[in-house]
Design a protein around this ligand. Structure first.
Ligand SMILES: Nc1ncnc2c1ncn2[C@@H]1O[C@H](COP(=O)(O)OP(=O)(O)O)[C@@H](O)[C@H]1O
Ligand SMILES: [Mg+2]
Length: 333
């Protein structure tokens, strides 16, 4: 197959916030996916979606399939920008479509859909101006985060607030800094889990991954904050969470969590691949935080490949499975 790999490269730009490019991909990921596809006999052209002639490139070059990991440029619909161009030009691509990518980027809207589907998610309230009255039913501690970001952008230990004053300060900071609504959510004390779904001939729910932050106590961080994600593995900073896959869970809880992740995948309309982030509360109730239709695919550092390895797959198999699922969906094999 003739494949174009679309991506946005993580870059350094001191004029921007330090987390500005955190969602974007590293050269290692681009290289690893290209190599995996070539190893299966495909011709691969890697294309940075920053490329100004993106549209004319796709008009000029006949492509069988786009392997899309592009995070896009800006705005709530950024992950949909490349897929929207491809939809317009009728070029097939891997992963979720324009609509699902945009929906999943809006955490509050996604949570409304989860609620409608009876999938538990923490109680929440959206703050658009930052002046709205706090719903008295919401119980402190509350987590305050930007409504439309990924890679834990805007999420730090100061995002967990215990009183009204700290709450409104954080809400206003987020609205101002990220120029978007802030999402307030009840903080779920408990375990951090993530679940990968891979549509591969039959849909597979990968072994659940637990990220355990108890080994990071000296760092002061205790959940998947931006610092934790950005500097994951840094021993000097003490940001060395342990990964356990499959997570040690009793049978019933494991089955419940897997069922929830699959239901979330379908509720958002994801295709080929998704990763659902879950917190398991101290009373053993799982809550969906969000669904990631474009999970990171770094062969060593990203959560999704870790789960695929635990299922006995090699990196090449994972990339081949995503491509095969997209091809099958389009009636191409
Ligand atoms: N309501 C919450 N309760 C407990 N932890 C949370 C909550 N919301 C976010 N977190 C922590 O912050 C991390 C990032 O939040 P998430 O909603 O998944 O955003 P992102 O899209 O940036 O990954 C989570 O993996 C979790 O560790
Ligand atoms: Mg997340």
């Amino acid at each position: 197959m003739k494949i174009t790999l679309t991506y946005n490269l993580k870059r350094r730009d001191d004029s921007k916030r330090p987390d500005y490019f955190s969602e974007c991909d590293s050269e290692d990921t681009v290289e690893a996916i290209s190599t995996a596809l070539r190893a299966r006999g495909h011709t691969v052209q890697a294309l940075d979606a920053e490329y100004p002639q993106l549209i004319s490139y796709f008009k000029k070059n006949r492509i069988d399939m786009v392997f899309n990991i592009s995070e896009g440029k800006h705005g709530r619909c950024r992950e949909s920008q490349v897929p929207a161009i491809l939809d317009y030009l009728n070029i097939p691509y891997t992963g979720s479509d324009t609509f699902s990518l945009a929906l999943a980027m809006d955490k509050a809207l996604t949570k409304k859909i989860l609620r409608a589907e009876n999938i538990p998610t923490p109680d929440f309230q959206l703050f658009i101006s930052g002046e709205e009255k706090l719903n008295p039913d919401l119980k402190f501690p509350l987590m305050v985060k930007p409504n439309c970001e990924g890679s834990a952008k805007g999420i730090s230990i100061s995002s967990v607030v215990n009183d009204r004053e700290a709450f409104y300060n954080k809400i206003k900071e987020i609205v101002h800094l990220y120029q978007q609504p802030a999402l307030a959510e009840e903080f779920i004390t408990g375990r951090e889990l993530t679940v990968g779904i891979l549509e591969n001939i039959k849909t597979v729910i990968l072994p659940i991954l637990e990220i355990d932050f108890s080994t990071c106590k000296d760092s002061g961080e205790y959940f998947y904050s931006w610092r934790m994600k950005e500097y994951q593995g840094n021993k000097e900073l003490g940001l060395t969470p342990s990964f356990c896959c499959p997570a040690r869970l009793d049978r019933a809880t494991e089955a419940r969590i897997k069922e929830m992740a699959l239901a979330a995948h379908y509720a958002v309309g994801c295709t080929d691949i998704s990763r659902t982030d879950i917190r398991l509360s101290e009373d053993n109730t799982p809550y969906v935080l969000e669904i990631n239709p474009l999970p990171g695919l770094h062969p060593r550092d990203s959560n999704f490949p870790v789960m695929a390895y635990a299922a006995g797959m090699e990196y090449e198999d994972l990339i081949a499975a995503i491509l095969a699922s997209a091809s099958r969906r389009r009636g191409m094999n």
